[in-house]
Write a protein that binds this ligand. Sequence first.
Ligand SMILES: Nc1ncnc2c1ncn2[C@@H]1O[C@H](COP(=O)(O)OP(=O)(O)OP(=O)(O)O)[C@@H](O)[C@H]1O
Ligand SMILES: [Mg+2]
Length: 365
Amino acid sequence: MTTKMVLEALKRVTDPDLGVDIVSLKFVRDQDITIDGGRVSIAVELATPSPAKREGVAAQVRNTVGVLPGVQHVAVTTSFVVKSVSAPEHGKPPLPGVKNVIAVGAGKGGVGKTTVSVNLAVALARSGARVGVLDGDIYGPNVPIMFGLQAQLGSDEHKRIRPAEKYGIQIVSMGFLTQEEAPVIWRGPMLHSAIQQFCRDVGWKDLDYLVVDMPPGTGDVALSLSQTVPAAGAIVVTTPQQVSLADSRRAVRMYQKLKIPTLGLVENMSFYECTNCHHQADIFGHGGGEQAAHQMEIPFLGRLPLYQPIRVGGDRGIPLVIAEPDSAGTRAFMDLAEAVMAQLSVNAHRAALANKGKIPLIQVK
Ligand SMILES: Nc1ncnc2c1ncn2[C@@H]1O[C@H](COP(=O)(O)OP(=O)(O)OP(=O)(O)O)[C@@H](O)[C@H]1O
Ligand SMILES: [Mg+2]
């Protein structure tokens, strides 16, 4: 048994997101394989934090190598390095300390952007990623309430805003500024430069994902922020009603115009889930969000229940994903996180190939 033989066998193991074998991807190399008699140890470095995907690859590796002649035991460890979706077509410089910015927007207010942002952030962190949240809703910052956090923002050694922290997540919000400092009167050009400063002068520390809770709608603030933040992708939140779906089309169009790839549509308050018996009822009909996503030719990222503990968690500052880690609602947020991690992983891989001139860059429609 040689490392070469093991590596040869590992060409049959494919990365579930990228559909390419882990040897070509250099997720495992010669030096990651140790052979000691019949015992083989293999360290694989993936591009996704997803525990499910990592375990899937580890199982494939164990099965593939385990059947090689002379192998008695296979020990597999996995690690990950999230890749950045570099998006040269935006022409926006990356945010220092941030690999991927995820914008969470909607065509209108009150559909659950902040709820989705906060729970998505916690779900991503629970998967093992390093995560931050930027409260982009400068006139109505709700992120501090939903994280149960009141903080004074200090500055770091580079005189940048030092994010507050809760549940292992780095957080910046206008809500942390005192009333007198709160820039509620920002207008026009001042608004744009204030947003620029607010976005760019933060000392984020090694973030895999920065979730930006976007201001409601597609007005000045949302537009200004979308133009400033180098988003790797945008998630559009909608509710199942026709009016909300119609508004979400405007949001999708705004991101498309700004050349921010749409990661997909999420249907929030999609169906009612009873707190007692967990019966689920489609009070607004079924399939509206999915159909709208299909019509807009963007991915459908899933349905989130209208579930009282989600609201209670928001008011108490204990997001559902933490308060009820095993609930169906939490599973829905974890699935959303999985879909987002997978898409960004694919987009980063494609961007890297495009930068090397190996494939044409996908044009964002
Ligand atoms: N799936 C859900 N189940 C139960 N309550 C929810 C759900 N999603 C959101 N809510 C509640 O609905 C209200 C509005 O949600 P949220 O503040 O997240 O919306 P928003 O789009 O950020 O609103 P705004 O436009 O004002 O920023 C909150 O009280 C929140 O707790
Ligand atoms: Mg909000």
